[in-house]
Design a protein around this ligand. Structure first.
Ligand code: NQM
Length: 380
């Protein structure tokens, strides 16, 4: 390897759980600035490509093969910039084409740990520019005595025990809530609702795919016929959503919807996009929740919306995720293809997301130096 790369034969790194995901957090300055050498280094740090990621930090699942790159922001509206990178497990793909609302939960604490943000009393609020989408998030978490306190009583499904709440607010983002301009489309012969409230997601009634939506993730992943059907839906929906050819991308996600079983609004099984999520992504849930509030969407036949308030409980394979969303029908809204709809003369006026908020938790697992596998040592 070149002399320039030698500087990165080891890297400062913090391993954190963010929500129901786990990843390696880096200061941008501790990684190569150029994407190609950065991604090569990250593959060697995580142990990819290898289904077991035995020679690196990765946990052999997309939810534990994640990276957050954090830096001070030049943007006056933000304190820090956060770039999410999905590192392939058994592929050499490192992708910045999706965001991650779970690793997001660790970004504020990490920024304080690394001195990018000075704690501001008993709780600290950090404004985060999410570089993958351009959207903002504001995270608020306890910092008694000027140190991040990870312990607390907030419980989230999919994580044992309890921890300090990280309260995250998402102001309205820049993407149209309905990327196709319609509440319902037929793709690959299946009715779907394509929605993007922070994560491009295709909603499908489980019943229209011949499953109940209550199967285990393992059982759904083993269903080859279902996999083919989902693949066809995703490829066609991706084009309609303006995402181009999504064959090799991790967005859009697919969420199968079924009737709730535990007092929530809906039961979900989410494909990210090939593996079935053991719970649900944060922004994935934000998109499901907003999509359920869209009149005429495919959720109408299965979901039970709360009678009032913004809070909605999204059920998933290991419990539930509570998320607050508000959707309004504005006088005008513009879809990706440039259509404009006027509420007063068009009953199909496009809805927009007003706000989204969620409680997550995060934890510092270790802080130190990571030693990447040497360059050129992969055999595949
Ligand atoms: O949707 C998994 C996760 C995610 C993404 C995925 C996420 C989100 O659970 O905000 O967090 O959909 O790949 O971490």
């Amino acid at each position: 390897s070149s002399g320039g790369a030698a500087r990165f034969e080891e890297a400062r790194c913090m391993l954190m759980r963010g929500g129901t995901s786990k990843g390696a957090y880096f200061l941008a300055g501790d990684l190569p600035a150029e994407p190609a050498p950065r991604d090569d280094l990250l593959l060697r740090i995580m142990g990819s490509p290898d289904p077991r990621q035995i020679d690196g930090l990765g946990g052999a699942h997309p939810l534990t093969s994640k990276v957050a790159v954090v830096s001070a922001s030049a943007d006056p509206e933000a304190d820090v910039d956060y770039l999410f990178l999905q590192v392939g497990v058994d592929s050499s793909e490192v992708s910045d084409r999706q965001n991650c609302g779970n690793l997001l939960a660790g970004v504020g604490p990490f920024a304080v740990e690394r001195g990018l943000v000075v704690p501001d009393g008993d709780r600290t609020s950090v404004r985060i520019r999410m570089l993958n989408t351009g959207d903002l998030a504001v995270a608020d978490f306890p910092t008694p005595g000027g140190r991040v306190d990870y312990s607390g009583s907030a419980e989230i499904s999919g994580v044992p025990g309890s921890a300090a709440p990280v309260v995250i607010e998402f102001p309205p983002g820049g993407s149209p809530l309905l990327p196709t301009g319609r509440a319902r489309d037929i793709v690959a012969g299946t009715p779907v609702t394509c929605v993007d409230n922070g994560m491009p997601t295709v909603l499908v009634a489980a019943s229209s795919l011949g499953v109940t939506g209550y199967e285990t993730p393992e059982a759904l992943e083993a269903d080859q016929e279902l996999a083919e059907r989902l693949r066809a839906i995703r490829l066609e929906a991706g084009k309609l959503m303006g995402l181009g050819d999504v064959e090799n991308t991790t967005v859009p996600k697919l969420s199968l919807l079924a009737q709730p079983s535990a007092g929530g609004a809906v039961m979900t099984r989410t494909f990210i996009p090939v593996r079935c999520h053991t719970s649900i992504g944060v922004l994935g849930a934000a998109s499901v929740a907003a999509g359920l509030r869209v009149e005429g969407g495919v959720g109408e036949s299965v979901a039970r919306l709360p009678e009032h308030g913004d809070r909605m409980r999204i059920e998933h394979p290991t419990g539930f995720l509570d998320i607050e969303t508000a959707v309004a029908y504005e006088e005008t809204a513009v879809g990706t293809h440039g259509e404009t709809a006027l509420a007063h003369d068009a009953p199909g006026a496009l809805p927009v997301a007003r706000r989204t908020a969620v409680v997550r938790t995060a934890r510092k697992i270790f802080d130190g130096t990571v030693f990447p596998r040497p360059a050129g040592a992969a055999h595949h």
